[in-house]
Design a protein around this ligand. Structure first.
Ligand code: 6R9
Length: 637
């Protein structure tokens, strides 16, 4: 038996035990057996969680693209590495073999070099789900540049903030994007963003929609002619195990987004190990994760994890509803997908539609179904199990975060018995703990508390770009010596975990993490707004939707309320992106505040959810009368 793949529950428990008793040996064996190294490590692990310091595989040398591409060429050169499915089903899918991927990535790497990009430079990638996105990511990794992929649904302001925060020297984008029946002017958004960014020297533009765009002289370049000229081999840079691989921004509960920094070796080992086990990937399988590469799920489980395993990974440009709600299932049938990994919000949206959309297709190739991004509710779990999995495919409910780099708590399919809404058991090497409000660990089963991880794992983020203090304060001070996830969880009588949701000010809407503070900042920029507070409330499809409480300035009082609502949402759309728009906006005379001036979101959340039977302790409120007013004017459906 190789440690790499766990085939039975006994093996799982054995592996788990060993990973806790001898974590260094456990990961060392996996690293040793399954990857190519230019030089092995001197030491497996060095850490101090009190200081938020972690290093894995110290002084090892490698290049992740050699593990994801080069080493497969001999045996899998003609195997499809990336199977690209376009937005429009009438456009042909593309099969990109490992050999072709090798040449594309090498050419791209040479282009980056020719534009002055080298090891350690930051490159912002703002692209739709087209093959160039995968090439760009891997080309950066090939030469040791740090990629920062920004989801192509973010606004110009959000993009500019991210470019400036990590001082990217280059932006890679396209003339536009197809998204369902719409096109999006990505280049226009980049141009607007770059008015605020002086660090960017060059912009590479892939052609996708053939729109008429302007290229700024000496800054913007069409990508294809440069690729055509470039040599198709490029020596991979030697990287230290702890050299940065990428930055990926995630929302914080306060202020600006956090640029989570992941490093090379630990991330590679853990994303590959988890991919292999959680999807039980076999050589001939076709694996599809529907996420966007702009999120961590796409980084770890479309690109790095699958490619390191020599898998065929599907990259889908479109949306589940275009041209109709059968699209996912049409693609599953067409490409005979074996593993399918999606988000609860997509499942809920599809479950609302006519069953014919799923029943019209042959889904018999499926072996494993996965979900990620937010807690999956019981109804959605059963719909997925009954209608997609036909009650024969295990569902892996995978809990993890941008910060954790890879899946942390999840069933192993055909090994761990599943239970609806439960992410079940920690993977080997992951030591979760539930903490009570006083910071003490709750021992024993049938417990509920704040979810922490008590011991380092290889793919944990190493810092927040440019702000280690914030990293330490956000994740390592609430429960000293532990990594705090920001999630609440319960542990049932057999030790299975169920994630109950965020306990901080992050709201997950359709699987997107949104911090309350940046949205409130955007609302408050509207000239008629004095102050605002937003909370989440349950929504059938999105999981949560946003409810805004807005106090107007005197100048705004006379204005038409519906127009104001539109303008406020426009403000949010411009500053953050359409995903952060509010479903409901209530204009209020005041916000319930504690004597220390903190908004009591707990009360606002209850009112927005229509659950006002027990508002809890309101004795510390400075202005209890305002609660009464808000309750009587609450916006129902
Ligand atoms: C991978 C990803 C992280 C937050 C996380 C939690 C929620 C993710 C979940 C889940 C319940 C699951 N979350 N998977 N909650 N069950 N299976 O989503 O990363 O975008 O950083 O979000 O998402 O609240 O803390 P990210």
């Amino acid at each position: 038996m190789s440690w790499y793949k766990i085939d039975s529950l006994e093996e799982y428990f054995k592996a788990y035990r060993e990973s806790v008793d001898q974590p260094e040996k456990f990961w060392e064996d996996i690293a040793e057996e399954n990857f190519v190294w230019r030089k092995k490590w001197d030491k497996v692990l060095e850490y101090d969680l009190h200081e938020a310091q972690v290093k894995w595989f110290l002084n090892a040398k490698l290049n992740i693209t050699e593990n994801c591409i080069d080493r497969h060429l001999a045996e899998r050169g003609e195997k499809t590495a990336i199977l690209w499915e376009p937005n429009d089903p009438n456009e042909a899918a593309k099969q990109i073999t490992y050999k072709e991927l090798y040449h594309q990535v090498n050419r791209f790497a040479n282009v980056l070099k020719s534009k002055g990009i080298g090891k350690g430079d930051r490159v912002c990638i703002y692209l739709p789900m087209i093959p160039e996105l995968a090439y760009a990511v891997l080309a950066c990794a090939r030469i040791g540049a740090i990629h920062s992929v920004v989801f192509a649904g973010f606004s110009a302001t959000a993009l500019a903030t991210r470019i400036n925060d990590s001082e990217c020297k280059m932006v890679i984008t396209s003339d536009g994007a197809f998204r369902g029946g719409k096109t999006i002017d990505l280049k226009g958004i980049v141009d607007e963003a770059l008015e605020q960014c002086s660090c960017v020297e060059n912009v590479l533009v892939a052609k996708r929609i053939n729109s008429d765009i302007e290229l700024k002289e000496n800054r913007d370049h069409w990508l294809q002619p440069l690729l055509d000229e470039a040599a198709d081999s490029c020596e991979a840079e030697t990287m230290d195990a702890e050299d940065p691989l990428f930055i990926l921004y995630t929302s914080g509960s306060t202020g600006k987004p956090k640029g989570m920094l992941h490093t090379t070796a630990g991330y590679m080992v853990y994303s590959s190990f988890t991919f292999k086990n959680i999807f039980q990937y076999q050589e001939e399988d076709i694996y599809w994760c529907t996420a966007d590469i702009g999120w961590i799920t796409g980084h770890s489980y479309i690109i790095y994890g699958p490619l390191a395993n020599g898998a065929t990974t599907v990259m889908f440009e479109g949306v589940p509803s275009y041209p109709d709600f059968g699209r996912f299932w049409e693609v599953v049938q067409k490409h005979k997908i074996h593993q399918f990994y999606t988000a609860p919000t997509a499942i809920r949206a599809l479950a609302k539609e006519n069953l014919d959309f799923v029943e019209n297709y042959d889904l018999s190739s499926l072996k494993v179904l996965g979900t990620v991004g937010e807690p999956i509710n019981e109804e959605a779990w059963h719909w997925y199990n009954d209608h997609v999995g036909k009650k024969k495919n295990p569902i892996v409910d995978t809990w993890w975060q941008t910060e954790t780099g890879g899946i942390m708590i999840s069933p192993i399919p055909y090994v761990t018995p599943t239970k609806p809404t439960y992410a079940t058991l920690p993977l080997p090497g992951i030591q979760p703990g539930l903490m009570d409000e006083t910071g003490k660990e709750i021992i024993g089963n049938q417990a509920e508390g704040r979810l922490c991880i008590k011991f380092p794992w290889p793919s944990m983020a190493r810092t927040i770009w440019g702000d280690h203090q914030r990293y330490k304060e956000t994740y390592f001070t609430a429960f000293p010596g532990n990594y705090f996830t920001g999630d609440g969880a319960l542990r049932d009588e057999v030790g299975y975990y169920r994630i109950t949701g965020r306990v901080d000010d992050v709201i997950i809407v359709s699987g997107h993490n949104l911090g309350t503070a940046p949205i409130e900042d955007a609302i408050n920029e509207h000239p008629a707004v004095a102050e605002s507070a937003i909370v989440g409330f349950p929504h059938d499809i999105k999981g949560n939707a946003l409810y805004g409480y807005v106090i107007l300035k005197e100048t705004g009082e006379g204005r038409d309320r519906d127009n104001l609502r539109k303008e406020i949402n426009q403000e949010i759309s411009d500053k953050i992106g359409p995903i952060a728009k509010l479903n409901k906006i209530q204009f209020v005379p005041g916000l319930p505040k504690t004597r220390s001036g903190k908004i009591m979101r707990r009360i606002l959340r209850k009112i927005a959810s229509g659950d006002t039977s027990n508002l809890g302790d309101t004795s510390t409120l400075l202005n209890p009368e305002v609660v009464e007013h808000i309750m009587t004017h609450v916006i129902k459906d």
